[in-house]
Design a protein around this ligand. Structure first.
Ligand code: ZN
Length: 333
């Protein structure tokens, strides 16, 4: 330790903290750092007024230091001037204070963390307590945290399990709803397509001869030998979803050997004026006939005229339909 010498008498100067002045042991004179600096001590012992200023500043900082950081800074300042008075001791003391405050701050942080419920806070608290097992009740608190960590982990696992189950249930519901939506859309499309198809489907129109009769009119004009007639009663049922204005049908008459006797084309309704006006879902009766005034020249007519209709194989083919909304079915005729 270097001692400042009194510029008056050469005695030893001591620093008086309350006066913030250097006081001579021998003559009692008081000196400021500046006045010492102006004296010849720079040459003498290499001790400058600057060092003394640092010393004074470090002392005043140590009077107000309250954080670990403040104590560390103060220690650093004393360490700059180890040769001045008891600076080295004071630096050590400041270092200790800093360390203690740091430990206290760490302890407080650990206590705050230990009061939380999540496992990561508790793990952090355990780490801090275990780094200072001898400080206060750190060891006890560490054990408490370890107990709470077990519970927290168990709770977190349960919560995670619940979350996963909820997620899975949610996904199942989403999947089901998606399927339901898709199914509904498909059903809707099918219904539309079916409905559209049914709207004009000629297969939904049934044609049948319900009665026949024959007659000969000897006075039929303008024929010399009169005229022969075969009359047909048709029953037509409209199973489509549209009304029918007009249609043509080909009727095939076959004998019981399957031989075609005759095919007859019939038309019902007319293109404009005389509409069938056959409503969707309704049935209508229509009469047609075949006539011949020279049966000797028409073998098929005679055969049909003389046939027992109940024994004939009669089939029908719808060849053209005009619906009242303008839609037309035609199979090429
Ligand atoms: Zn003196």
């Amino acid at each position: 330790m270097l001692i400042f010498k009194c510029p008056n008498c050469g005695g030893n100067l001591k620093y008086d903290r309350s006066l913030k002045l250097l006081v001579c042991d021998a003559c009692g004179s008081q000196h400021t750092a500046a006045s010492i600096g102006k004296a010849s001590f720079d040459e003498d012992g290499g001790i400058s007024a600057h060092s003394l200023e640092i010393y004074e500043k470090a002392l005043s900082m140590s009077a107000t230091a309250s954080t670990a950081e403040a104590w560390a800074t103060t220690a650093e300042m004393f360490e700059l001037i180890p040769e001045v008075f008891e600076s080295q001791q004071l630096a050590d003391q400041c270092r200790q204070n800093a360390a203690q405050l740091k430990t206290e701050e760490k302890y407080n942080t650990a206590v705050t963390l230990s009061q939380k419920d999540d496992s990561s806070s508790l793990i952090h608290a355990i780490q801090l307590f275990s780094s200072m097992p001898d400080y206060k009740d750190s060891a006890t608190k560490q054990r408490q945290c370890e107990q709470r960590l077990k519970l927290a982990r168990s709770d977190e696992q349960k919560a995670e399990l619940h979350r996963q189950r909820r997620e899975a249930a949610k996904q199942r519901t989403h999947k089901f709803i998606s399927l339901l939506v898709v199914a509904t859309i498909i059903l809707g499309v099918i219904t539309l397509v079916v409905r559209q198809a049914r709207k004009y489907d000629p297969d939904l129109i049934t044609v049948k001869i319900t009665d026949t009769s024959t007659e000969y009119d000897p006075d039929a004009s303008p024929y010399i030998n009169g005229c022969w007639y075969i009359n047909f009663d048709f029953k037509i049922t409209n199973g489509t979803l549209s009304d029918i204005d007009y249609m043509t049908v080909v009727t095939y008459f076959k004998d019981d050997d399957g031989k075609l006797i005759m095919q007859m084309s019939s038309e019902f309704g007319g293109y404009g004026s005389s509409s069938m006006d056959l409503k969707s879902g309704d049935s209508i009766k229509q009469e047609t006939y075949l006539s011949e005034h020279q049966p000797e020249k028409n073998e098929s007519f005679v055969e049909l005229y003389e046939a027992d209709f109940d024994e004939l194989d009669v089939s029908y083919k719808i060849t053209y339909v005009k619906f009242d909304d303008g839609e037309v079915f035609s199979d090429g005729y």
